[in-house]
Design a protein around this ligand. Structure first.
Ligand code: B16
Ligand code: MG
Length: 217
């Protein structure tokens, strides 16, 4: 059987979530907003523009469009300084084993990320070659939890949503997968990602037998 496996990027393939957090926290500090690790959970999987709106909301801060545009550039420039230093060592445990296994079993592999920096990151960590299609923040207009990113991904490889399986670390992303009528697999904490059909702390907990079950179900 052939299924389509859609991978989120940040927090699933690589831990860039920590770099987003550093960069947002520095920006928040510079504009006088207190932004904590707990607050950061809401930003995962959410677009850059919406992330800034959430941070401004936390600090009850009003800003002009000009200010927002400057801050968005400022945050992304700092984020890019982290990205530049990335290499294969930043691939999360067992991600490559899973990609390899799926490839060997003739499965379709798609990237479904909200990030506009997805392609350079995949290149940096040398995983580009596994993907049959890439959908990122440059291709879609509606951010997760809207299912657009995953539906476009399925379409690119001519798959029906019901034969797609999505790996996601964010609440918004799990909701997007569910809304797309795809099978959602949370990568992270069960209590946070309780809307996911299955949840694992990371890929080391996902066995080849489980992957075979997904392929054949
Ligand atoms: P960028 P994902 C998302 O990527 C991140 O989880 C989210 O925190 C970030 O704001 C968003 O990408 C936009 O990223 O600023 O690089 O365009 O998890 O959907 O792969
Ligand atoms: Mg993510």
């Amino acid at each position: 059987k052939q299924k389509t496996f859609i991978f989120d990027l940040d927090g699933v393939i690589v831990d860039t979530a920590k770099y987003h957090f550093f960069a947002w926290q520095n920006l928040a500090k510079s504009i006088g907003v207190n932004f904590t690790h707990e607050d950061n959970e809401q930003l995962k999987g959410v677009s850059r523009v919406q992330s800034l709106e959430l941070i401004l909301g936390l600090g009850n801060k009003k800003a002009t469009q000009e200010e927002k545009d400057i801050w968005l550039v400022q945050k992304n420039e700092e984020y890019l300084t982290f990205i530049e230093k990335m290499d294969e060592s930043e691939i999360l445990p067992d991600v490559e084993r899973v990609l390899q296994f799926l490839k060997e079993h003739n499965q379709k592999i798609v990237l479904g990320s909200a990030s506009k920096n997805a392609k350079p990151i995949l290149e940096k960590v040398n995983l580009f070659r596994y993907f049959d299609a890439i959908v990122d923040g440059n291709d879609v207009s509606k951010a997760k939890p809207d299912p657009e990113v995953f539906l476009v991904g399925a379409d690119k490889v001519y798959s029906k949503p019901k034969s797609c399986i999505v790996f996601e670390d964010s609440v918004a992303g799990v909701q997007a997968a569910n809304q797309a009528a795809m099978l959602s697999i949370g990568i992270g904490e069960q209590n946070v990602l309780h809307e996911a059909k299955f949840c694992f702390t990371d890929f080391t907990k996902i066995s080849n037998e489980f992957l075979l079950d997904l392929i054949n179900c």
